[in-house]
Design a protein around this ligand. Sequence first.
Ligand SMILES: [Zn+2]
Length: 486
Amino acid sequence: MDLAKRRGFIWGPSPNIYQGGVSGFYDWGPLGKLLKNKVESLIRKGFSEQSFWEVECPVIMPRAVWEASGHLEGFVDLIAKCHKCDSVYRSDTLIKEQLPKLNIEGFSFDQLREILEKKKIKCPKCKNELTIAEPYNLMMQTTIGLNQEAYLRPETATTTYLLFPEYFRFFRTKLPFGVFQIGKAFRNEISPRQGVFRTREFTQAEAQLFILKENFNNFEKYEEFKLEKLPLMKEKSKNIKLITLDQAIKNKIIKTKSYGYLIALAYKIVKDLGFSEKDIRIRQHSKEELAHYAEDAWDIDVKTKNFGWFEICGIHNRKDYDLKRHEEFSKQNFKVQEEIPTILEIAFGLERPTYCLLENAFVTDKVRDWLNFPVGMAPIDIAIFPLVKVDKELVKISKELFHKLDKEFICIYDENGSIGRRYRRMDEIGTTLCITIDGQTLKDNTATIREISTMKQIRVNVNDMADITRKILNNEIKFEKAGELI
Ligand SMILES: [Zn+2]
């Protein structure tokens, strides 16, 4: 977090100038925002390529929506307060911290309360008694107009489901169909302490497939993914098993082809974000972890260098729970051929994969501190330098090249300081390629490109620059093969 702050990736807690900010809120600085944008556009591309259509819904919804969705009643944490110092704790976190050997996964509020009392768990700060734990709703409340009770959405998904009748007409009454939404969601977490891993405001990218039972296993797109090898970790298993989607279906590890397809699609997107295969696992929820409406759920976790495994995506089979509830509460008819459709869902958060990419990128070696992003994922793709700024001709060519490349890539122009210092500045923020316009350029119209990980340089013609950098950044050619190595 310290490095992320200093280099302009993540700032906060926000608003920092007022009492040091409020925990659970962060600002994405210029480089962090560029990185997060790349994560967002790759996820958007992953969904769109598979014919999911993007929608955008309001962030604020009236009480009726959250009554129907079950959030008003069920989206709660059990909290305990300290009499003396007024600290507030999540009961489950408190128990996990003080009794790490106890497995409380899936415990009811009554069971958690019993442990708090029996084990006489005290306030970690002042060692005083805690009050009896009570449920606390995690949704942020607001008011529409003068007095209409409303809440900020705790997930994008619910707002997406509500449009089912409109989709049904838009997709010409044919199921299955897919939609997705990328946007903000809010959760009033109790004392969030895990930096950008648990925030009160965050961005989600969630895709839904609306499907009827007859298509659970009669699903065309399955064929495209069935030979994909997946690193699966079955419920309660400690081992990752690398098997094809097709084997997983045949062995009934994954129950239906349509749901298996979504798991494989989510996995493909995570790989496209640049996480290496050995750092990804797909983990099934145990019965205790499963939400009451869920038929099955798998998480995709990625491994970070310093903090181990982190969940960045969930794939859920929500059955007909959501549409059934909204049909009942809104008194509309959502049935298609006498059947309420099932929703299968991929849920990404954007902050976590962005942070994991940043954290995995950090490298310290003998020569330098630098950021080693997967090719194409660096916040800035290309830096363009004139070797010396006193030479007006070099500056002119550099600026022309900058304006040309900047149309297609994220570019930066820098003419200040020695060339060595400029390279170092770019290493610190992970810029993949540095192009230098020098005296030789005036003679034969060639310039150097330096690649960050090897620090090697090649010479290529300035006219070919856009084409060559594109191929390198898209992983189509190896850097060393792209020009004359010098
Ligand atoms: Zn206390």
